[in-house]
Ligand binder design. Structure first.
Ligand SMILES: Cc1ncc(COP(=O)(O)O)c(C=O)c1O
Length: 437
């Protein structure tokens, strides 16, 4: 039996009993459950890097506003499906002040997190045209969004963008759009899991192609402003968070509150729909909705059917948090930059111990330090590495569930690790490296 920091036999037995056919194919929540069981059985704390939970307290402005709204009795009332005016106005201001893009408050719709935004958008956008089939995912991506398409019975396409950065992106995306089967393109920026950020030139390519082939770009800004190489956090002052909305009118943006405001628990976000997309008439929608106008079908069809709107009090919370950053009273970046600081230290611990950063560049510039980073260990597949690290008390998720073509890589999340765990991570990875050199 080998000596490893976490009892080998216990880990082996829990893993075997878990029923997982392969740890590499386990979902984020399955990995979380497995780690919880191992911790309970061994009494050893893991260095947990599998799940993207905010590691910070929720923004106090939101908590205060939500309590106040509850005390005023909003819990008893159904909120309007299209959202409370305060939130719609602040979202529209937020988009102007931090992206320099104009959108009307009417087309800023609160959602039960960006998760629900995805479901509602797939349900609607993928049904606009009977002869089109689904979304093109620019991989690697947040796996549950593909799961949403699968659940809805929609087909989708995807490709790993690693080898198609810069000008090569045009030809690659166009090869899918030419088929005439694609309704929409989805990516996250900064990217979950790889933390690369598309350049302005790349966003321009995506925008131009969206116009040429009349497809809708769904830009998922779950990690808004967290490319810490730049400061996008001053309201109304450049530089602005890069966005495809500068290059096309065919856009839908997802603004999650989970990470920038650490408000994941209340499941509240916003989707922002361009005027052009909102007013698009698509006869195919009539098969499922009473209106053939996309905005109406989305709100009074999909969102009504899914949840009849979004938690009333949480809308007041998000409105207050957005107002605070819009008015310059609170700087969201100051509150979350700790993720970048932790990533810097963690990446060094990994690379000092034989690991490599998988997605390491935005063209010729090193990627930013932020919420996630990706690592591999030479000669080990993702599955082997993930399983082996369990015995060293370190958890992550495999890149293979994210659509990455890298068969040797893991995604590590910086949020939950505490600075006092850095020496533990270092010691465990040193040991791992000694055992595997
Ligand atoms: C890229 C991406 N999109 C969407 C979400 C979900 O956001 P929300 O918590 O607002 O549902 C996440 C959460 O981790 C994410 O990483």
């Amino acid at each position: 039996m080998k000596y490893v920091p976490i009892d080998y036999a216990t880990v082996k037995s829990i893993y075997e009993k878990s029923g997982l056919s392969s740890i590499g194919q386990a979902s984020i929540r399955e990995v979380k459950k497995l780690i919880g069981q191992i911790e309970e059985a061994t009494g050893e704390e893991f260095v947990k890097m599998e799940m993207g939970i905010p590691g910070l307290p929720a923004m106090q402005t939101g908590v205060d506003a939500q309590i106040e709204a509850l005390q005023h009795g909003v819990a008893a009332l159904y909120p309007d499906i299209q959202g409370i005016p305060e939130l719609k106005n602040e979202t529209s201001r937020f988009i102007k002040l931090f992206l320099n893009v104009d959108v009307a408050p009417e087309s800023c719709i609160p959602t039960v997190g960006s998760m629900m935004a995805g479901m509602a958008i797939f349900m609607t956008v993928n049904r606009m045209y009977p002869d089109r089939e689904g979304t093109l995912f620019i991989d690697p991506c947040f796996p549950v969004q593909k799961q949403q398409c699968k659940i809805l019975g929609h087909t989708y396409e995807s490709f790993d963008v690693y080898n198609y950065r810069g000008d090569k992106l045009r030809e690659k995306i166009e090869s899918y759009l030419k088929t005439g089967k694609i309704t929409s393109i989805l990516y996250s920026n900064p990217n979950n899991p790889a933390w690369f950020c598309f350049t302005e030139d790349e966003l321009k390519i995506i925008g131009e192609l969206a116009d040429k082939y009349d497809v809708i770009v769904i830009e998922d800004l779950a990690y808004f402003g967290m490319d810490f190489r730049k400061d996008y956090s001053k309201p109304g002052v450049p530089p602005y968070q890069p966005t495809v909305a500068k290059y096309t009118k065919n856009f839908i943006l997802f603004i999650s509150s989970s990470k920038i405001f650490s408000y994941a628990g209340e499941r509240i976000g916003s989707m922002v729909i361009s005027e052009k997309v909102w007013n698009t008439r698509a006869p195919g929608l009539k098969r499922y909705f009473s209106s053939d106008i996309l905005g109406n079908a989305l709100v009074f069809g999909s969102i009504y059917a899914l949840s009849s709107g979004t938690s009333h009090s949480a809308q007041y919370a998000l409105a207050a948090m957005m107002k605070a950053v819009n008015d310059g009273e609170v700087n969201y970046r100051d509150q979350v930059i700790i993720y970048g600081e932790k990533a810097k230290v963690m990446k060094k611990i990994f690379t000092d111990n034989g690991f490599k950063i998988v997605y390491d560049k935005d063209l010729d510039e090193p990627i930013a330090d932020g919420f996630y980073f990706t690592v591999s260990y030479p000669g080990m597949t993702s599955d082997e590495l993930l399983e082996e690290l369990l015995y060293y008390g370190v958890s992550a998720i495999s890149l293979s569930i994210t659509g990455s073509e890298h068969t040797e890589g893991l995604r590590a999340c910086t949020s939950l690790i505490r600075p006092d765990q850095f020496p533990v991570l270092e010691e465990r990875l040193k040991r791992f490296h000694e055992d595997h050199k």
